[in-house]
Design a protein around this ligand. Sequence first.
Ligand code: GLA
Ligand code: ZN
Length: 687
Amino acid sequence: MSKQEKSYTSEAKFMLHGGDYNPDQWLDRPDILADDVKLMQLAHTNTFSVGIFAWSTLEPEEGVYQFEWLDEIFSNIHSIGGKVILATPSGARPAWMSQTYPEVLRVDGSRVKQLHGGRHNHCFTSKVYREKTQQINRLLAERYGDHPALLMWHISNEYGGECHCNQCQDTFRNWLMNKYNGELKALNDAWWGPFWSHTITDWSQIESPSSIGESMVHGLNLDWRRFITDQTISFYKNEIIPLRELTPTVPITTNFMADTNDLIPFQALDYSKFAKHLDVISWDAYPAWHNDWESTGDLAMKVAFIDDLYRSLKQQPFLLMESTPSGVNWHQVNKTKRPGMHLLSAMQMVAHGSDSILYFQWRKSRGSSEKFHGAVVDHDNSAENRVFKDVAEVGQTLEKLSNIVGTNRPADVGLLYDWESNWALNDAQGFGLETKRYPQTLQDHYRTFWEKDIPVDVITKEQDFSAYKLLVVPMLYLVSEETISRLKTFVSNGGTLVMTYISGLVNEHDLAYLGGWHKDLQEIFGIKPVETDTLYPRDQNTITYHNKTYSLKDYATVIELTNANIEGLYVEDFYANSPAITSHQYQSGKAYYIGGRLEDAFQKDFYETLIEELNLAPISNVKHEKGVSVQVRSSAESDYIFVMNFTEQNQPVLFESLVTDMVTGEELVGEVVLRKYEVRIVEKSNS
Ligand code: GLA
Ligand code: ZN
């Protein structure tokens, strides 16, 4: 099946626009609920995620239910032709439940039971919590399953965290028994048992790591992380049982996250596993636009990278489930979006495959911690302020883009991201403790393609490699024999593979490969990496590559050449004049190894050469300067081209062939100047 055919076609043939709506905070204000309906229309919104944190309103006392208010919200939204993404309320629970059934409360790594409070803090194993969740979910499905406004299920909210209670410990032990077929020897082998006398002689001795940095048993840490992912999925699967039973045709999603300080993919759960259980991927994006440490373009590249990863999890369009129309309340500095940025940042999501722009939240809370978080409707209840107007503009724009719904973006370049390898690498004591930066390294390799408008699928290891001409695999520290053999097949069949320093060092148990680099990797690359040198921040080295010099930092691999060609050499240190970059023709394909961490200019020149060699065409023929990004979604009929100015200056762009602006209807050809943060969405007919 081609990637195009696998496209998710949403139930609705329109772009979703709206967001988290928490009317349960306003039930004593019918005037405000009535205003909501009017304002929703003025904002050109059509879809609302409802009930995310409404458990205490839905079930104020155990077994006493209140649905009438939600009936009314459903009919309000339906009356304006809108849709509801109905949430299951497990993200936060009523106080009575924590009081009556303390087992629902989470126990932290130091074995301290948490008090009721906050949210997203229940035990994923608790039988009671699982039963209660299923019960309320069943009632919601029974009551609203046939409602014409119901579009989709939003399961819980931003699953994350871990619990160390006794029930979780027992379940972890069972998970391990199952994984190691009841053989303690297998577990001890995988965990390198005798190290510091950690051999386990009875399953009951196993305890979760109090915190990963404190436990030196890497196999245990890695298995615990895997267990957390599995246990979270298991909780989710328990939640959806009544929904699959009663509403088999209603799609299901849960909102994924990013880690936000540096804007990298969410680290704590392996989303590649989770994705298989969802019908649609959705995520919550909160980039710190206009920050004082990076350019707007650099940040845009990071957003694009996550979009491309989350889209590629299912190779189909995704949903932006949450974003802010202005600022958030939890960044170090909560800056509002400058004029133009809201439309631009929204269109960037659509450009990379989102079929929605949804917000947290519709109406700003009056009290508690989110009362100053950006929202569509501010405390002034007005449709006249800047933020509201920006939202309405996005709504009007999306109304013109409905042909784009369900379309995907083909890519010839795959960039491999692996959660497990990153966990193990972060756990590894060695290298530079602060400089591993795996996700950031992937971004460094992604940047050139982004700047050159070459689409990239950021894929995970179980995906089909054969779909790509070029597969880039930076810092894949942990790699199983199976993945190695699939990489080998990829190259033998004609693929081009790029790998870097700190790759292929340990197997899936985080045990080092013995006897040097894996024989298959040696065969593919024609080299033996023999040492990884780690540099201090002030250490200087350079490499020469195709007659140019590039600076190197953090890592340099000493390489012994067997069959490869030398493409670049180290300049300094005891490995001066030895190979830093190599290439090797292996059967019908080619394998490149990059031994050191190099400045951006290297990535740019290196990948430019590959782009030429492999004939990787930019996705459109729109010409522009740096800081402008062009992304395309396409259907059989048309290419939908997003031209986005992520700079603070006017930018001339050149349309080489005739296109139609999808928003203004103008026909464009030749040079067009984009103002600061301006975006143009144009259609180019394929006929
Ligand atoms: C998360 C949550 C929302 C809200 C926002 C605020 O994404 O899912 O409920 O708290 O953060 O940015
Ligand atoms: Zn627990």
